[in-house]
Write a protein that binds this ligand. Structure first.
Ligand SMILES: Cc1ncc(COP(=O)(O)O)c(C=O)c1O
Length: 376
């Protein structure tokens, strides 16, 4: 099998307009800290309905500064899901706080609000739900719990740009929401991320945290030594994104709805193809939500996931597993999580398989995937 016949589980869709947008920036005066940053931020804010946006170097950086802006620090606990990429919990560790894993809802594979309730202590500071595969979490219930216990909600929307919860786009519904623009994500900037918020105080903190804690806005200075002056007001990072990346993001955003429509069609094809199989479970969609279909996750009920995974890979089908429960990684096991067990998450982990799903996946390629899965 040649490399060009390989069907990955996800990949970017880049066309000539994207390439031209990047070239235009390369010919301009600003490669970074230029006008494309705010333009991209404003467009994503408009798209999602959020008031403010802060673009950063990747989705992990977005999670990190969101946690810092929320004031999460040593002694605090943050409740999140085990079925996610490590970044959703690592960002809590970066702040010196403790990620606490609440089990999932066996139908949606997202964090179960009832399990969140069981994990709340006097140290809980925030809830960090992840919209796995682009399927929105039960946000009403999560917000109810947050209100009862005075907790901050940071949504990890890495999979969910364009997804909808009760008619509203993910991005404007909680204290903060983060996105990732990694190449397999709904749109890409190569590497990139963003934090969305409706809160001006959080927005100002996020801007500082993105760039060393430094402001150049005179009206925000504590003192002013002269026209050269800039001021470091807290300890931030260099998590800046470039104009080159934001130009790509702006160009990609124009196509997001077309990408989403294609993802939804492909997902519907899979749903239909596997609907009558008793040995497979297809993804459940919560009423009132529109998934962004970042991933298509099948559950294989006959305990044959490993064998099927290997055989599909041999046939050139880039299946994957999203995700290994975070606390099962050796790092977590040896850092206080040796006895953690979320039963439903672990049961799901043993049976789950992500099939290829991305806008440029052709009908023929999808047919091949479906046939191979059915054959096996
Ligand atoms: C759920 C989730 N959160 C966070 C991230 C981190 O995003 P990035 O790779 O842009 O740092 C990812 C990326 O894979 C992810 O899938």
């Amino acid at each position: 099998m040649s490399e060009k016949d390989y069907i990955p589980y996800g990949k970017q869709s880049i066309d000539e307009t994207d390439i031209q947008a990047v070239l235009d920036v390369l010919h301009s005066d600003y490669l970074t800290t230029g006008p494309k940053i705010e333009e991209f931020e404003q467009l994503v804010a408009d798209y999602t309905g959020a008031r403010y946006a802060v673009a950063v170097s990747n989705g992990t950086a977005a999670l990190h500064i969101a946690c810092l802006a929320a004031g999460i620090g040593p002694g605090d606990e943050v409740i999140t899901t085990p079925i996610t990429f490590a970044a959703s919990a690592n960002c809590v560790l970066y702040c010196g706080a403790v990620p606490v894993f609440a089990d999932i809802d066996a139908r949606t594979y997202n964090i179960d609000p009832q399990e969140i309730r069981k994990k709340i202590t006097s140290r809980t500071k925030a809830i960090l739900p992840v919209h796995l595969a682009g399927q929105p979490c039960d946000l009403d219930e999560i917000h109810r719990i947050a209100k009862e216990h005075h907790l901050i909600v940071i949504e990890d929307g890495a999979h969910a740009l364009g997804a909808e919860y009760k008619g509203k786009k993910i991005g404007s519904l909680s204290d903060m929401t983060t996105f990732s623009f990694h190449p397999v994500k709904p749109i890409t900037t190569g590497e990139g991320g963003m934090v969305m918020t409706n809160d001006e105080t959080l927005y100002r903190k996020l801007l500082l945290l993105r760039s060393h804690g430094i402001t150049r806005k005179e009206e925000q200075f504590f003192q002013n030594d002269g026209p050269w002056y800039y001021e470091q007001q807290l300890l931030g990072y260099n998590y800046r994104i470039t104009d080159i990346q934001c130009a790509l993001g702006i160009s990609q955003l124009k196509k997001l709805d077309v990408f989403l429509a294609r993802r939804r069609t492909l997902a519907a094809n899979y749903q239909q193809a596997f609907a009558d199989r008793t040995d497979l479970v297809t993804p459940y969609q919560m009423e009132g939500t529109q998934s962004g279909w970042h991933l298509y996750i099948l559950k294989l009920l006959q305990n044959d996931r490993k064998e099927i995974f290997i055989k599909l890979r041999e046939k050139g089908i880039g299946v994957n597993v999203h995700y290994i429960p975070v606390y099962l990684h050796p790092y977590y096991r040896t850092h206080g999580y040796a006895n953690v067990c979320c039963e439903k998450a672990e049961t799901l982990y043993k049976t789950m398989l992500s099939l290829p799903l991305y806008p440029s996946l052709s009908d023929e390629q999808q047919e091949k995937v479906i046939e191979c899965v059915k054959d096996l």
